[in-house]
Write a protein that binds this ligand. Structure first.
Ligand code: GDP
Ligand code: MG
Length: 163
């Protein structure tokens, strides 16, 4: 069976942008407004000679801060159940939000392999902020900029190494 890699995280951290950057084309919908991605998107990904199923868990309905509980649970659970590796995305510019903590708690409960990704590291000076994400319990994040396609190769290597 093909291993499954699921991109997880609260709305607006750049999951869909990362998904598209990894795919090398625009499949998932990137929205400027938080939480408007509607479809869960899956694609077959080839890294060297291996195939993976990549999932953007981003969108089950509209998620806002006030209706977070149920929606966040649904959003995360659907993609995650069958995942072999979780890519947990946070926003290095925003830092840790209450929603990040909520997602972290849920992901840790899964007891699956997981990697923390600090997206929106558009300038290398932002990397100074990376250690503060240690408190989420996933170790040091990998700093990337999905928008600028920085660090995408690191993620590909990591997928190959971990799964
Ligand atoms: P999702 O809700 O987690 O799927 O997030 P999206 O991929 O839809 O992105 C949310 C917003 O963040 C959009 O305006 C993106 O253009 C922006 N974004 C995504 N990646 C980056 C990045 O690396 N740097 C910056 N500055 N913005 C980003
Ligand atoms: Mg999205």
């Amino acid at each position: 069976t093909i291993p499954v890699v699921a991109i997880c995280g609260r709305p607006n951290v750049g999951k869909s942008t990362l998904f598209n950057a990894i795919c090398g084309r625009r499949i998932s919908i990137v929205e400027p407004t938080s939480g408007v991605t509607r479809d869960r998107v899956e694609t077959l990904l080839k890294v060297k000679d291996y195939y993976y199923e990549l999932i953007d868990t981003g969108g089950i309905g509209v998620v806002d801060e006030h209706s977070l509980e149920d929606k966040i649970y649904d959003q995360i659970n659907i993609g995650i159940q069958k995942a072999d590796l979780l890519l947990f995305v946070v926003d290095i510019k925003e830092g840790i939000t209450p929603l990040d903590k909520e997602v972290a708690r849920l992901l840790l409960k899964q007891e699956k392999k997981a990697v923390l990704i600090a997206n929106k590291t558009d300038e290398s000076k932002f990397k100074m902020e990376a250690p503060k994400f240690l408190q989420l319990g996933f170790g040091e994040p990998i700093c990337i900029s999905a928008q600028q396609r920085h660090g995408i190769d690191d993620i590909m290597e990591l997928i190959e190494e971990k799964v």
